[in-house]
Design a protein around this ligand. Structure first.
Ligand code: FES
Ligand code: FES
Length: 183
């Protein structure tokens, strides 16, 4: 087995990412975020603080959002990973992606992939969350731009448009509902 720069044998892993299987030999110390970004070139997941604080690196490991800067790539062996690149299905955006588009849920966008993956996880378990429940679900993730208000509105929009997809992109989201979420 090949040796790496620190003289440790590489480890072989097979992981399913966004439905595609990948087998690679990687350094045992390699973090999942770097495996995704540097080995697989899936750069939608962002590397921010590297200290488990910001949540920019959130992806799903099987059915759970995880901060991928706290997970070794080798720990994903035999598991499924979902990144923001996998949210889109059959050419249609996920309703969460549509919500961020409709409600201006991002500014610089650095936090957005992680926010959307956690939002998807929340809506799969709680299709009609309150603003407080959305804020609690996203509480481990930091946004330095938006003040969070439009992120919450984006997730509320997605909860009210569970069938929203690409085809509906042109004809929704202009009217304001009483709660401030575009109708
Ligand atoms: Fe992982 Fe900030 S880069 S939590
Ligand atoms: Fe810039 Fe959230 S949109 S950090």
């Amino acid at each position: 087995m090949p040796q790496n720069s620190v003289g440790m044998p590489d480890v072989k892993l097979t992981v399913t990412v966004n439905g595609a299987s990948y087998t690679r030999e990687v350094e045992p110390r390699l973090l999942l975020i770097h495996f995704l970004r540097d080995d697989l070139r899936l750069t939608g997941s962002h590397w921010g603080c590297d200290t488990s604080n910001c949540g920019a690196c959130v992806v799903w490991l099987d059915e759970l959002p995880v901060k991928s800067c706290t997970v070794l790539a080798a720990m994903a062996d035999g598991h499924r990973v979902l990144t923001v690149e996998g949210l889109e299905k059959k050419g249609g955006l996920d309703p969460v992606q549509r919500g961020f588009e409709q409600c201006h849920g991002l500014q610089c966008g650095f936090c957005t992939p992680g926010m959307m993956l956690t939002a998807r996880w929340l809506l799969d378990r709680n299709p009609d969350p309150s603003p407080a429940e959305i804020r609690e679900a996203l509480s481990g993730q930091i946004c330095r731009c938006t003040g969070y208000e439009n992120i919450v509105r984006s997730v509320l929009w997605a909860s009210k448009h569970p069938a929203a997809g690409q085809a509906a992109a042109d004809d929704e989201g202009t009217d304001q509902a009483a709660d401030g979420v575009p109708a």
